[in-house]
Design a binder for this molecule. Structure first.
Ligand code: CA
Length: 545
């Protein structure tokens, strides 16, 4: 290379560099910067809509979460595409169904070659941060800052994987720590010249439901109304409901879930429900400081003593009722701290002039059974786990006190947030922007949603199934080791107790829904061949023979 050419190359490189600097300066600070909304995405884990007072106040009052309904919009038919923790997060971040983004269950790690909406927002000048539970088996991409719990995380003195400080352990109660980290970022790391995406993601109220010390006394002394279907015998339903292992009486851990001390179980001759029953309690209590453990024993010791006294005279029905109350005390006690945390964050937005230009979303990664059908946990296409809470506040865009009944899905968040930021979403995202709905325009939204659950055989033994849900009906196909269809009439059987698939009166409905279901499977790129592919993956991983 001669010197002249060399000089031109240097000049060209310098010019290119100058234009690159100019280009990035432009993309990072567009003229409309001030108008682009901040996004605060709040998600808890396993938070049933039945346990938010904006939906129903029969179990708990959640005044801070309710603020979002009063000042924004509550969605009464929001649902998920696959009712389980990590897959729901993958759907939210990618805007694609599980069979496309590949995160079908909690076991296989998330494929980080997927493009997520935070990466796109980040590339377009948003400052991005994530605090709390991700549960992907790897770190999030596209974040300026993150502090995430490893796996499921713990309720006390949790470990965190952080972007800048390596792995750390923080003393205290996890829900409060995640709130404090979020507030600290808003106060000390937020760059006021950029819009932000802030993901504030609680572990609570995920199993094993350990409340904060300040809530022990109140919740341990409460009694809650029982659901109508607490003693469901599953007679009107298929094999999947009958064989699922999520019954409060027979499948819940005595130590891990109901917080009976292992020595009390031994004394009463109660065997472990699962091989991790006692270990689950130890895994949480073993992390506590002596002071935290003393506070726990002061509250849960008397409960154990009372149970020891009563157990010999309790019938199966008494035990079912007792386990329901015990479950609700800890589950709802865990939510009390979530609501307080949400209140603190909303107050911060108010006090710092951020409320007006911030979209605030509150949701859960799916719904949850609170004793309905005798169950805890999730996974099924049935309403309590299929539906999820969704409340959105966006001043100037949403009329305060709005109620929306459309069938929106967690699949829709990615496109909604990108459009809110003025970005055209990638063509391969599969949701619908919720912005017209937020503006009160309800016409032409989808009439049916698609659902597909995969994690079987696995904990809780809920069989693989896919299905279609409309406002009036729900049709599901359970497969792999069964071949059963179920149809529920959502308007006339709100608890979904009677499978109408074989009822001749519904033959036309079944026929029509099967055509629509096939249409949805084609639209979203799902197929029997993919079903087999994901079964093969289980076989290759040694999870089935
Ligand atoms: Ca969950």
């Amino acid at each position: 290379m001669n010197c002249k050419k060399c000089f031109f190359n240097i000049l060209l490189t310098a010019q290119l560099g100058f234009f690159l600097v100019l280009f990035f300066a432009c993309t990072q600070k567009p003229a409309v910067e001030k108008d682009r909304p901040n996004i605060l995405f709040i998600m808890s884990d396993d938070h049933a809509y039945q346990a938010i007072s904006a939906y129903s106040d029969h179990l708990i009052k959640t005044p801070s979460i309710d603020r979002l309904a009063q000042e924004g919009m509550i969605f009464t038919n929001a649902c998920v595409t696959n009712s389980i923790c990590a897959p729901s997060r993958a759907v939210i971040l990618t805007g694609k169904h599980s069979h496309i983004n590949g995160k079908i269950d909690n076991h296989f790690p998330f494929d980080t070659t997927n493009i997520t909406f935070p990466q796109i927002l980040h590339k377009n000048g948003y400052q991005t941060a994530m605090f709390g539970k991700l549960h992907f088996g790897n770190n999030p991409k596209g974040f300026d800052q993150f502090k995430i719990l490893p796996g499921q995380g713990k309720y006390y003195n949790p470990d965190f994987i952080t972007k800048n400080e390596g792995n750390i352990q923080v003393e205290g109660y996890t829900t409060d720590i995640i709130t404090d980290m979020t507030l600290d970022w808003l106060e000390n790391e937020r760059e006021s010249d950029k819009p932000f995406l802030l993901m504030y993601l609680h572990k609570a109220p995920h199993r094993e439901w350990l409340p904060a010390e300040r809530h022990f006394k109140e919740y341990l002394s409460k009694t809650f109304p029982e659901p109508e279907t607490l003693f469901d015998d599953y007679a009107g339903r298929g094999t999947a409901a009958k064989t699922a292992e999520m019954n409060l009486l027979t499948h819940m851990n005595w130590a891990g879930d109901s917080k009976i001390y292992p020595e009390v179980m031994d004394e009463l001759g109660i065997p472990e429900t699962s091989n991790w029953d006692k270990a689950a309690l130890h895994g949480e209590l073993g992390r506590k400081t002596p002071e935290q453990r003393a506070a726990w024993d002061a509250a849960y010791g008397p409960m154990n003593e009372e149970f020891k006294k009563n157990y010999p005279n309790m019938s199966k029905e008494d035990l079912m009722r007792w386990r329901y109350q015990r479950y609700m005390q800890d589950y709802l006690g865990s939510i009390a701290s979530v609501d307080e945390g949400v209140g603190k964050i909303l107050d911060y937005l108010d006090q710092n002039g951020l409320a007006d230009n911030t979209i605030v979303v509150y949701t859960s990664d799916q719904g949850f059974y609170l004793g309905e059908h005798g169950w805890y946990d999730k996974r099924f296409i049935y309403d309590e786990s299929f539906k999820t809470p969704l409340l959105v506040r966006w001043p100037g865009m949403i009329n305060p006190g709005s109620v929306n009944t459309q069938m929106v899905q967690n699949l829709d968040f990615a496109q909604t947030f990108l459009e809110a930021a003025g970005i055209t979403p990638p063509n391969d995202m599969q949701g619908e922007s919720l912005i017209p709905l937020l503006q009160g325009k309800n016409e032409d939204f989808r009439e049916a949603v698609y659902y597909h659950y995969y994690e079987y055989p696995s904990v809780h033994m809920v069989k693989r199934h896919y299905g279609i849900v409309t406002e009036d009906y729900k049709l599901a196909h359970f497969y792999y080791d069964v071949d059963e269809w179920e149809l529920y009439d959502r308007k006339n059987d709100i608890h979904e107790l009677k499978n109408q698939y074989h009822n001749p009166d519904y033959a036309d409905v079944v026929k029509e829904l099967k055509i629509k279901l096939a249409g949805l499977r084609e639209k979203y790129g799902d197929s029997d061949a993919l079903n087999q592919h994901f079964i093969d993956l289980y076989r290759e991983a040694g999870r089935i023979q």
